[in-house]
Design a protein around this ligand. Sequence first.
Ligand code: ZN
Length: 115
Amino acid sequence: MHEMSIAEMLLNIVLNEAHSHSISMIEKILVQIGEMAAVNSEALKFCFSVISKDTIAENAILDIEIVPIVARCQKCGLIFQVENFSFKCPDCDIITNDWISGREITVVSIEGIKD
Ligand SMILES: [Zn+2]
């Protein structure tokens, strides 16, 4: 399952970060996920709650922000937001594959209680 492997990756990152900042209990995690990563937020929250059990992240609130896909036209350089997965430049009508954002999965911040 796609969301389960992402949840495992996130858990590894936040546990490492918490460790290096002496956080003993994680309360909140903010994650940005590109629209193109096609992650189901509810499924990801569920998977995370399952695998974080018995870790310092087990009570953490997972806050997920979906980042829109942004692309740059390879002909005119226009930067535009991709809607409905249409990668056509609105000005010159050609399809671009120069993506600026939309595929990333990033842990933005972690809040917790320090030792
Ligand atoms: Zn263009």
